[in-house]
Design a protein around this ligand. Structure first.
Ligand code: PLP
Length: 382
């Protein structure tokens, strides 16, 4: 039987507990278990946004583009070690949906002899819709699931299931796809800043993700793309914008893709959004992904143990090596529970058809939040 005092002792022993002070907490009574949808605001973000506003924009005016122009790549370099990428392999821009679109196009361009794209029927909607849209436009077919891949050009796949938090064996599944001649675009939206993943060690060559969840980059923070350096020369992407062309300010007559990761850029990047993303990423870098992952596993283990104790069912894997940083609780009135608890400042989220997601964001979530949050679900039910 886990008691409230047991859980308070976990917080007291937590080596990352002090990171919570680096975030703006609006009201100490709020129980926030939705950092897997939108991370909390770092205090430094407001300071940096003010600095960029006053010093760069208001004072520097147009001159500030001299150091703004490569911010998408610089923030990419800051993110790279958190996901096992090398400098020059990650760039931040636009949103995840657009990044999926670009990398799927880039991948199918490298497999011109094949016309099938594989994706799970349970994957996040935007990934499925983008894949369906590309297939529709090009006359390709979409395979639901990953059984046979020997005629598949590209696999599009989330590393962590947005509903159940199940974590795929990225190394094994990348190797299987490559052995069958398929490329893989991995979606790390629920993995970046949550789990300690090494894309190079997994053999992954293409990946995308967002920075507003576990990376605490802020609402609408730019997404990121990773392309292993051996593919930089060969990938082509469908949106030819001036930020992706060689010698951008020559204003030349034709588009010539840059030789590096910046060939994925489009037009003028959002400097304020990149500034906020940079701060969030820097906090994860400071804490270190091994420590973040370890705390995430401990938080989700507590949530699963409490769910068992309170008679709740969860489809989230019990093996910590197979789960990300949220726990799904099945509940017949999941939607009503989530809405009622929101009114009491206890913030979970709901996912169709019957899932309450308890997001455990290691830099801000306390063990006591998990305890009190799950007790609140149980009390509503009783
Ligand atoms: C796995 C996954 N992919 C993509 C997205 C969202 O894409 P976008 O950033 O374009 O809204 C989400 C959002 O929750 C997600 O969970």
């Amino acid at each position: 039987m886990i008691t409230r005092d047991d859980v308070l002792a976990l917080d007291a022993a937590d080596p990352l507990a002090h990171f919570r002070d680096r975030f703006h907490i609006p009201d100490a009574r709020v129980i926030y278990l939705d950092g897997n949808s939108l991370g909390m605001p770092p205090k430094r973000t407001l300071e940096r946004l003010t600095e960029v506003y006053q010093e760069d924009w208001a004072t520097g005016l147009i001159r500030s583009w001299d150091h703004w122009v490569d911010l998408p790549q610089r923030v990419g370099d800051a993110l790279a070690p958190l996901i096992g990428a090398h400098p020059g392999e990650v760039v931040l821009h636009d949103n995840t949906t657009l990044n999926v679109y670009q990398l799927v196009h880039a991948a199918i361009g490298m497999r011109p002899d094949r016309t099938v794209i594989a994706i799970s029927e349970d994957d996040f909607p935007t990934d499925r819709y983008v894949v369906d849209g590309i297939a529709d436009a090009l006359g390709y077919s979409v395979q639901r699931g990953f059984g046979r891949l020997d005629d598949v050009a590209v696999v599009v796949r989330s590393v962590i299931d947005y509903r159940t938090a199940e974590l795929v064996d990225v190394a094994a599944e990348t190797a299987r796809a490559h052995a069958d001649g398929a490329l893989v675009v991995w979606d790390l939206s629920h993995a970046a800043g949550a789990i300690d993943i090494d894309l190079h060690a997994c053999g992954a060559q293409l990946a995308i993700g967002c920075s507003y969840k576990f990376l605490n980059g802020g609402p609408g923070a730019p997404a990121w793309s990773y392309v292993a350096s051996e593919l930089h020369d060969v990938i082509r992407q469908p949106i030819w914008g001036w930020f992706a062309t060689k010698d951008q300010f020559a204003m030349g007559p034709v588009f010539e893709p840059r030789p590096d990761i910046a060939r994925l850029l489009l037009g003028t990047p959002s400097i304020l959004a990149l500034t906020a993303a940079e701060v969030g990423i820097s906090l994860s870098a400071e804490a270190g992904m091994a420590a973040i992952h370890a705390k995430g596993s401990a938080l989700t283990a507590l949530a699963i143990d409490l769910a068992d104790q309170l008679g709740m069912t969860t489809p989230t894997p019990r093996d910590p090596a197979r789960r990300g940083n949220h726990v799904a609780i099945e509940h017949p009135y999941a939607k009503a529970v989530v809405q009622a608890l929101h009114e009491r400042d206890i913030l979970f989220d709901f996912r169709e058809p019957n899932i309450i997601r308890a997001g455990c964001s290691p830099l801000t979530t306390r063990f006591i939040d998990v305890y009190d949050g799950l007790q609140a679900i149980a009390a509503w039910t009783a």
